[in-house]
Design a protein around this ligand. Structure first.
Ligand SMILES: [Zn+2]
Length: 337
């Protein structure tokens, strides 16, 4: 789903340009509403494909969901902006603007998406000799062989045997069915860097493609959690925590996602605004020690109706939860609350 920016701009007489030095194919640009008078021309670039918007003057002025930009451009409420993006609008029917403005629309090339593909050395979990050390690692972390052999089809996971992501389990990060980045967890016991992400900066030496966006702009398994039928969502810090929740929660209607870092970014909060209303119960899974950082995250999320649940005291890490603990911590909590 991509938002019809051109109709919005025509309707509200917001000046935009479709070509120029800063504008790549499939993008249009407007004066950045945050830079305002400080923006001498059109530095806010918007991807027509729905892949987000960003200001070339200030990296802070960017986002994925159209709502925040619309709010600032129209000086309207979040609810109004949201209704324009997601429909359910009492203000304008979904296709009204498109119809009215169709004839006024300048000729634009269809949006061409920047494409990212998984590397050929990222392999699907199958019963292959090269998968052995990875399957062994996952067995040790409590995943049975039958589960491991489904990790690619269920969660998109891969393993990598060579190159920059060698010895890593790959979690592809997708947004609206496009691959936008990935993060790889080392299976080496003493790895210096446990998690490695694909960088957004082009690095010709590495031969790696640049990521479409930083992982902290997205939520793991976003496409799945906005569609799956489940009534409980558990927010975690790392991919292995979220994997644990999904694997254990499958039969209980519980899904998990993660922030990749200890604190959600405001882009992730925006995505949560969109997704969380789908779920009756929303939990943030934390360990026993409420650090100052964890308290901040809990308060960031309490406005979204997210309750904190704590791991059993002897567990340091959600990724280590066993079934019984999971049921006591999340599922029972779901039933009781
Ligand atoms: Zn700006």
């Amino acid at each position: 789903m991509s938002f019809d920016w051109i109709s919005l701009f025509n309707q509200h007489r917001i000046e935009y340009v479709t070509s120029g030095p800063n504008i790549s194919k499939g993008h249009i640009a407007i004066k950045c509403p945050w830079c305002a008078a400080a923006d001498p021309s059109q530095h806010m670039s918007i991807a027509l494909s729905g892949m987000g918007w960003r200001c070339f003057r200030n990296r802070e002025h960017r986002g994925i969901q159209p709502t925040r930009l619309i709010q600032v451009l129209l000086n309207c409420s979040y609810e109004h902006a949201r209704s324009l993006v997601y429909g359910e609008s009492q203000f304008l029917p979904n296709d009204f603007l498109a119809k009215v403005n169709g004839s006024l629309r300048p000729q634009i090339f269809p949006a061409k998406k920047k494409e990212l593909k998984l590397l050929p050395e990222f392999l699907s979990f199958k019963d292959l000799p090269s998968a052995k050390p990875f399957i062994h690692y996952l067995n040790k972390r409590g995943y049975k062989r039958e589960v491991v052999l489904h990790l690619t089809s269920w969660y998109g996971l891969r393993y990598c045997t060579r190159g920059h992501f060698e010895h890593r389990i790959i979690f592809p990060v997708q947004f609206q069915n496009n691959l936008v980045s990935w993060i790889g967890r080392s299976i080496a016991p003493q790895a210096l860097v446990r998690y490695k992400t694909l960088s957004v900066d082009p690095d010709p030496d590495s031969g790696l493609p640049p990521a479409i966006g930083p992982v902290s702009d997205y939520l793991l398994w976003y496409d799945k959690i906005r569609e799956v039928s489940a009534d409980t969502i558990v927010l975690c810090e790392g991919p292995f925590d979220a994997l644990r929740v999904n694997v254990l929660g499958r039969k209980y209607g519980v899904v998990g996602t993660c922030f990749f870092t200890s604190r959600p970014s405001r882009f992730q909060i925006e995505l949560l605004h969109e997704i969380l209303p789908r779920y009756k119960r929303r939990f943030l899974l934390l360990d026993q020690d409420m650090t100052a950082g964890a308290l901040r995250v809990a308060s960031d999320l309490s406005a979204l109706g997210v309750d904190v649940v704590h791991l059993p005291s002897r567990r340091k890490d959600p990724a280590e939860l066993d079934v019984g603990e999971f049921i006591r911590t999340v599922v029972r909590r779901t039933v009781d609350s």
